[in-house]
Design a protein around this ligand. Structure first.
Ligand SMILES: *Cc1c(COP(=O)(O)O)cnc(C)c1O
Length: 414
């Protein structure tokens, strides 16, 4: 046990932690076939998605985000430092994912589609060879209108599942925690989604949704703390990124490592992406999770080895942060187990720093993302040497595409 690291964490200071239990070869309990299965499912739904969400039509109904070179941000980032990165600095633009403007458009939407396909196949209303545009037909619509979906969320997962659930015809309920932004709740209500507000944190919102949904046989609860489907939906990102890196002429191998910084809440998003990337690149990719200093649930899960048995509050931390998407005090047990020997490390970031990166990215690259999505930038200094000369640093921007202008102006002022 590293006492000095624990005392820093307890006092809310930022830390950088490398996983001493990292194994030499990635080992997961899921396989490449599981990812392929998820990819194929998304392809089956693509024609319907393209029709129902015209913003995805150009990409044939595949929900994907661009990869941007943000070398312009290197200078402002390292202005005060001696170190510098000489390799490339890239940003994965999940803030601009269509439909819901955050990384949750991967796992969240996938989980809804997976459940929908299962329901329709079992009911004999759909077969895998059908054109899924058939979902718009009356018998299927009537069937789905009688079904319920529920989810607990700090906001973005609720948006993804709420929007997709409503588009499919479900009666959808989102149990939303205290940090959720007002505009996210309003947007959901406009879509006809039932928003159940709570004064409590994310863990409590999930528990409330799970309990109510379990009592109703007609309702399906998308469980962000336990869902394999969410995890696999996120993992699909890796193969897509692989193609984008190749196209950009970026080599990833033993001599040219790829360091990826991923903002982490409960763990499903960054965990699924890490799983997917390690399937492709093995140890040439190094993945690090970024968490708020007040809610470092995965860091504590990994450091103590206790997984979801520990909570940030056990260490005197509040769980309160401006990074609403990361305001989670207890990690997913499923993701912890998958990451235990596969994740390279974790680091934490103070709220004030998030707003500095948010402004810097806007000024240097004219890209606007939400505070949670900026968390990855704070790992750059610690990774500059490891990845900075021959390798590539990639920051995963996880959200911000739907933030209203007035709200964004406020973020930029802070
Ligand atoms: C949800 C979210 C994350 C993290 O995903 P988890 O699956 O909760 O770990 C990161 N950034 C944003 C903006 C999010 O909404």
């Amino acid at each position: 046990m590293d006492d000095s690291l624990y005392s820093k964490i307890k006092s809310g200071e930022p830390v950088f932690w490398r996983n001493p239990e990292l194994s030499e070869k990635p080992e997961f309990s899921f396989t490449a076939d599981d990812i392929k299965d998820a990819e194929e499912r998304l392809e089956r739904f693509a024609p319907w998605i393209a029709q129902r969400f015209p913003e995805t039509a150009a990409a044939g109904g595949i929900i994907e985000s661009p990869l941007s070179d943000i070398s312009n941000m290197i200078e402002p980032l390292f202005r005060k430092d001696h170190v510098k990165i000489r390799g490339r600095l890239m940003l994965k633009r999940d803030d601009s994912l269509p439909i819901s403007g955050s990384v949750k458009a991967r796992g969240g939407i996938y989980a809804v589609l997976k459940h929908t396909e299962e329901l329709l196949l079992n009911a004999g209303l759909l077969s895998r060879d059908d054109d899924y545009k058939k979902i718009e037909d009356d018998p299927i619509q009537a069937f789905l209108r009688g079904k319920k979906l529920a989810v607990g969320s700090t906001g973005n997962l609720g948006l993804s599942i709420g929007i997709m659930g409503a588009a499919l015809g479900y009666q959808t309920s989102v149990y939303i925690s205290r940090e959720a932004r007002e505009w996210k709740k309003e947007l959901l209500r406009r879509k006809g989604v039932r928003v159940v507000e709570s004064e409590k944190d994310y863990e409590a919102a999930v528990a409330a949704g799970r309990a109510e949904s379990e009592a109703d046989p007609n309702s399906f609860f998308i469980d962000d703390e336990r869902s394999e489907d969410l995890y696999l939906g996120y993992a699909v990102a890796a193969g897509r990124l692989h193609k984008q890196l190749e196209k950009a002429g970026i080599v990833v191998d033993g001599k040219h490592p790829l360091c990826v910084c991923l903002p982490c809440g409960v763990g499903g998003g960054p965990g699924g992406i890490t799983f997917g990337l390690k399937q492709i690149y093995g140890c040439a990719v190094r993945c690090y999770f970024a968490e708020p200093t007040q809610a470092p649930c995965m860091l504590l899960a990994m450091m103590t080895g206790k997984g979801s048995g520990v909570c940030a509050r056990d260490f005197g931390l509040s769980g309160i942060t401006a990074a609403d998407g990361l305001a989670v005090t207890r990690a997913s047990e499923l993701v912890f187990r998958e990451m235990r020997h596969n994740l390279d490390g974790c680091f934490t970031v103070r709220d004030e720093e998030l707003f500095e990166y948010l402004r810097m990215l806007d000024r240097s690259c004219s890209i606007r993302i939400e505070p949670s999505a900026c968390a990855g930038f704070s790992g750059i200094r610690s990774l500059a040497e490891e990845c900075g000369s021959a390798g590539t640093l990639l920051i995963w921007a996880t959200g911000g595409g739907m933030v209203p202008e007035a709200e964004m102006a406020e973020y930029l002022r802070q």
